[in-house]
Structure formats: C-alpha cells, structure tokens
Ligand binder design. Sequence first.
Ligand code: SF4
Length: 496
Amino acid sequence: GSTDRSSTDRRRLVLPGQYGPLFDDGGPALVVEAREFFTARPVHRAKAHLWLSALRHRVRELGDRAEHVQVDTLREALVGRDDLDVVDPPSRTLRAQVRHWGRGTEVLPSRGFVTDEAEFAEWAAQGTGRFRMETHYERVRRREGWLMQSDGPIGGKFSLDDQNREPPPRGATTLGLPDPWWPTEDDIDDEVRHDLDRWERDGVARFVGRDDTRRFAVTADEARQALDDFVQVRLGDFGPFEDATLTNDWTMAHSLLSVPMNLGVLDPFEVVEAALVAHRDHDAPLASVEGFVRQVAGWRDYVWHLYWWFGDDYGAEENALGAHERIPRWWQELDASAIDAVCLSTAMEGLHDHGWLHHIQRLMVLGNWALQRGYDPVHLTEWFTDVFVDGTDWVMPANIIGMSQHADGGMVATKPYASGGRYIDRMSDHCGGCRYDPTKRLGEDACPFTAGYWAFLSRTEPALQDNPRMMRPLQQMRRLTDLDEVVAQETRRGTP
Ligand code: SF4
C-alpha cells in the first residue's frame, strides 16, 4: 500500500525554487518540467530562460538519480503517483496542486530561508498582529550571533543604515567597479534558447523582453563563484550606494544573488556567512556588511513569512488608496520608446534588457510612478512577478502591495513610498539629461514625478490624513497655491 512506504523508497519531487542541493537528501528525484511554469502568463524571456536552465542543469547534476519529465501541466506529472515526497514548495498554487493531485505525496517542511515556518508562526502567535521587519531581524541576529558582541550588536545598533544611503559619487557615470562575475553559457543554455524560440514560434508561449546573454547563476557551483566575487569585489560599496542610481551602471554594487537564492541553488545561510567572513578576515566595512545581512536574513525572510501569514486575500481586498488603473500597454511590453522621462525610460530599458533592476529603481522609479498614477496593486504585483527574473509568488506581494504601493493600509510600511523628482535628482544622475526639471511642478518642463507627487497626495488625502507620518507632506500640499492647476495638468497629461 502507498501509505506505509517509508521515506527511503520515495522519490523527491523537485519543483520551481528547489533546484539546488539544499532540497536534496540523496535519494532518487523527479524533476518536473511543466510548460505551464513558463507560459501561464507572458513572462520575461530572460526569466523563462533562467528558470528552465536551472531546472535542466539540476537534471544533469543529479545524473542517474533524476527522472526528468516534460509535460504541459504539473497535474500530468502527479496524478496516479504514490511514490513521491516533496519539500513544501514556495508558492500557494504549487502547494495546493501538490496536495490536490499528488494525494500520496509526503510533504516535508519548507527550506531555503533563515527561519522556518513553524518558528515564525510560534513567534507570530505571541505577538500583537503586526510584525516589524526590525524585530524579526534582531531575533535572527541574536539567535545566530551574527555581528554580535557580548553587550549587543557590533557597531552599537542593529541597523547601521544611517551610514549607508549615500547619493552617487559626484560627477561619476559609474561606480567604477570591475564587471560582476558572469556565467559562461553552455549546451544547456543553447538548448533552452532553442526550445523557447520554438514555443514562441508555435504560439504556445508569449514572452517579453530580451534574452541575449545569461547573466545570473543557475547552479550551486555558479552561485558560489558569484557570491565569492561579490563579497571580495563589490560588498564594500554595497552599503553606501545601495539607494543610488546611475544611468550607465545597471548593476551598481548589488550582488545579483536574489536569482540563485530564489531558484533554491544558493542557501541564504551561506550568503550571510560569506559576508561575515569578509568583514572578520578581510576588512569589509561594517555598515555595508550589516546592510547586506539585513537584506538577506531580515527583509528576504520577512517577506517570505508575510506571504504565508497574510494569506490569499492580501491586497485583493484592501486596496487602501483606491488604485484601480490598468497597467498601460507600454509597461506590459516593456517599451520605453515613447517615454521622455530619463529616470523612467532608463528603468524600463534596463528591465527590457536584463529582466532585473536594483531595488531602488524598482521602488523609487517604477513603484513610485505606479503609486502616483494609481495602478491596480494586485495586477502590478503579478506584473513584477512576471517580468523580473527573481520574481516569485512569495516575494512580490509584501514588496509591491505593502512596501511599494501601501495598498495594505500600513501592514508592511508606515507610509507610502512616494517621492518627487528632487529626491530622484539627489539619488541619481538622471535629471541632468532630462527634458523635465525636477524642481518644477507646473508648465512644459514640469517633472512628472514632482507634479505627480502632489497630484497623488491630493487624490489620497482622505485615506492618508490620519497617518502621523503623512502630516507634514499633506500640510505642505495644502499650502500650495497652484495645487488645482497641478492636478488639472496631471489629469490632462495622463499616462502615456
Ligand atoms: Fe525623472 Fe523628473 Fe529627473 Fe526627468 S527631471 S529624470 S522625469 S525625476
């Protein structure tokens, strides 16, 4: 009978996000390549490439231990099998499918994060319902002894962010760092590209964006090389410039490791340990190391837990700022050709070319634009999931609905991430070459972010007036004598 099979007879089901040794306990495996993983919605072609390449590289690594099935749907691979076990997958859809179609499948606790789900649930049950990232992060730091000394955090505080967040170096067009580690493509990438071409030709898949060169690690071995290179060459500049943007430097000092981590080929523990070693043995600056550890062990873990904690309805019901605009076609096509705002066209071009932008372009440019113009937050979350190479079901909701769009009314962030052109001007080199003027809110050369900021506040005032952090911006808005004109202008300009 299927029920008394011991786990040693079972075959480990390998699903998206589980493509590394972290998800392997040494037995036989079933790697499911369901075309629906890549074609259910139009995804970025570079994303489809990376995820399929990771899958097929995993099949090769597992060798004789792997059964590789190519099917249209996961259902086809699961129905009728009673010999599987699976590490609980990182998506609500996949979890439901595994439980529904794979009735005899044994489900093991999830992996791949710094804290596990049971531990988080226990902690959350003791709390008041609101879990701040900072609290989660401090617990992890204490538990692991990361950057701690006997009387508390090294550096005196858990967050050293006040030493980070610098504008880009004055006059610089790039940070001047050597190129990041890049992977070398192999026959698997050729085959993947060939198959994706065929799917597009046959009309079974539609992709957006460019897929010219693979730029992200898709195996554990590649990820280790990328990690080593990052901590040796780039980590020191990560902290100070993590919020800065330069038109001609698309990676800045970022790690590019979210892709291998979300593919499941790179263990976040290993990432944190490497950063700590760089600090201890190689003088990597403390504020940079702390900022990076916070991204991986704090924020990344936190949004994972919020995904499960908030549940299915998160975002669908709240829409706290009444944002109902459809995402325009040029966003869906990643087409910047009609856009003359340099910050925005730079971001959209980068996204088209790489399927990736660093977090401040996501937040300060794309997210800010969408927030100001009231794009539907659930639709926007899907879009971010599909067109970013590191996009997953779990990672985008708290980031987009919560952090970026404030559509949850403040469950994740205390105020909306809205800013005008002056802030973009401070943190980037975009405005000098732009036909708009970041200081102007009215007229031909009024910056759409500056004017859009005031129009946004005017529209959302009723929803935001009780938020203490919005008092000052709303007061400033009420003092503007030309507010009605600005609002009329922005309504007239609309979205391209
Ligand atoms: Fe962007 Fe405004 Fe600066 Fe132009 S002036 S780059 S639109 S912030």
